[in-house]
Design a protein around this ligand. Structure first.
Ligand code: ADP
Length: 469
């Protein structure tokens, strides 16, 4: 009930922090309680026929109520409310003391209470200000006494003892109640903070769960893509194999079947056998392609498991370039390209898995040679296919650049070239696993990076950076 009365005086649009709200509630509560206790003293003044005291206290109570309603209407801040409240309190105490014997009055004690309450509500500075004011008042009473001014004690002598008792018990009660209120408001604030903490923890847990779910979904999507890619890749050669096998079965049936009358049987059988041989060759080729895809995927899963040994990268680069060039020349004898090697002379041995890195280099170089070959087919005779491999040593590691002046990679393809099964090569020529595997070998297997720069129709450059340790 008391809480709802307190909250009534907090302005509707209050937008302070939790701590500020707690402070404001303490101030409002203290004003309300002091008002209530002032009524007790008003009764006391009435009982003691001390009408000036009664009026001063009435002034105090009315001021408190007006102050609270003014604050509620948003006319001033809680700081003004606090200062004004302590000031009204100070005035009523000072005037009452002047009526009840000045320096000797029981209420003079309360000047100290003003400074305690000011510290409590508004902080050290307010406490010091009211301490100074209280001290000045006490000194003024004392000074007047020294100058032989007698403050009239208008408390009837017969009621004086009870008077003192009531005032002191009142003081203790005020302190007790203010402390209890302060404590309960603190506890409420603590509960609120705890509730908010629990809510935050819950949100965090939800966030973690959502994150885990996202990662899982991403994994599933990747797995789905991978499976679809594998299925798609394998389906092609398998379809060919199946079709050639079916056609071959038909051919074998033809051998067993009746010979066509006007065809010499031997020639027919010869043709059928030649067809069969061709089909078997096709089946074998497509079988090899399926095997290559599966081999590529197996290597994907094996990446990074072999031992690293200090390796002369310059030698590895030269070997790989020779192998890649020979590989392409085996398929197209007419193909020629200018091969450049710019090798850093003092390259330190780098700890790598030689067969893995060589695979990466052959991959990059084969792609580069393929790209210049493709461009040569489209370009005029002035075009000179060129592939350059460069090694260099930096402070943190070594770099290998593979550059070609081939077709280049369009922007939209560049985003996908490291994805498994992404290929722009015609069916049968590329598996789309080369770069994704190369990326895995460099990044996961060696803690390095593989990046690409390209200008379509101009050049492509792959950069391998390997850390030294
Ligand atoms: P694949 O060579 O089997 O297609 P990769 O993963 O090695 O698979 O390459 C993926 C794609 O990246 C290629 O199909 C090609 O489109 C592109 N690419 C890679 N290297 C180059 C290059 N040097 N020049 C132009 N395109 C390239």
């Amino acid at each position: 009930m008391f809480t709802s009365i307190t909250d009534y005086f907090i302005p509707a649009g209050f937008t302070g922090s939790l701590d500020l709200r707690r402070r404001v509630r303490i101030i409002v509560n203290t004003v309300l309680l002091t008002g209530l206790f002032s009524i007790n003293f008003m009764l006391l003044c009435w009982w003691g026929d001390l009408l000036p005291g009664l009026y001063v206290l009435l002034f105090g109570v009315v001021s408190f109520v007006l102050l609270l309603f003014g604050y509620r209407a948003g006319w001033y801040s809680h700081v003004v409310l606090g200062y004004a409240f302590v000031f009204v309190g100070y005035l009523t105490v000072a005037v009452n003391s002047a009526y009840q014997g000045g320096y000797y009055a029981a209420t003079t004690w309360w000047l100290g209470l003003c400074s305690v309450i000011a510290t409590f509500l508004l902080g050290r500075r307010a406490g010091l200000i009211y301490f100074g004011l209280g001290l000045a008042t006490v000194l003024a009473f004392w000074g007047a006494e020294q100058l032989h001014y007698r403050f009239p004690n208008q408390v009837p002598a017969a009621k004086a003892q009870f008077w003192h008792l009531d005032i002191l018990v009142g003081l203790m009660l005020i302190l007790l109640v203010v402390t209890l209120v302060f404590d309960s408001i603190n506890a409420q604030a603590l509960q609120l903070v705890e509730a908010q903490n629990a809510q935050l923890e819950q949100s965090l847990a939800n966030l973690h769960a959502a994150q885990a779910q996202l990662v899982q979904r991403e994994k599933m999507a990747f797995l789905g893509e991978l499976t679809a890619g594998i299925a798609h890749e394998l389906q092609n050669p398998l379809n060919f194999m199946k079709n050639f096998a079916e056609v071959s079965t038909g051919l074998v049936d033809d051998i067993d079947g009746p010979a066509v009358p006007h065809e010499p049987g031997a020639r027919l059988q010869g043709e059928i056998l030649a067809g069969l041989k061709q089909n078997l060759r096709e089946i074998s080729q497509h079988g090899q392609r399926a095997t290559a895809i599966i081999k590529g995927m197996l290597e994907h899963s094996r990446t990074g498991t072999s031992q690293r040994v200090p390796t002369d990268l310059n030698a590895l680069v030269e070997d790989s370039l020779r192998l890649a060039y020979q590989g392409l020349r085996a398929k197209d004898k007419t193909f020629r390209a200018e091969l450049n090697t710019i090798l850093a002379p003092a390259l330190p041995p780098v700890a790598v898995v030689p067969q893995d890195l060589s695979r990466v280099l052959i991959n990059l170089l084969t792609n580069a040679l393929y790209a210049v070959q493709q461009r040569q087919r489209q370009a005029d005779s002035s075009y000179r296919p060129e592939v350059t491999v460069q090694t260099s040593a930096g402070p943190g590691g070594v770099e290998i650049r593979v550059r070609d002046n081939g077709t280049g990679i369009p922007d939209e393809a560049r985003a996908k070239i490291f994805q498994p099964f992404f290929t722009t090569k015609p069916t049968g020529e590329g598996t789309g696993l080369g770069l994704s595997l190369s990326h895995d070998i460099i990044a996961q297997g060696h803690g390095g990076t593989l990046s690409v720069e390209s200008q379509p129709g101009n050049f492509t450059e792959f950069l391998i950076s390997l850390p030294l340790n």
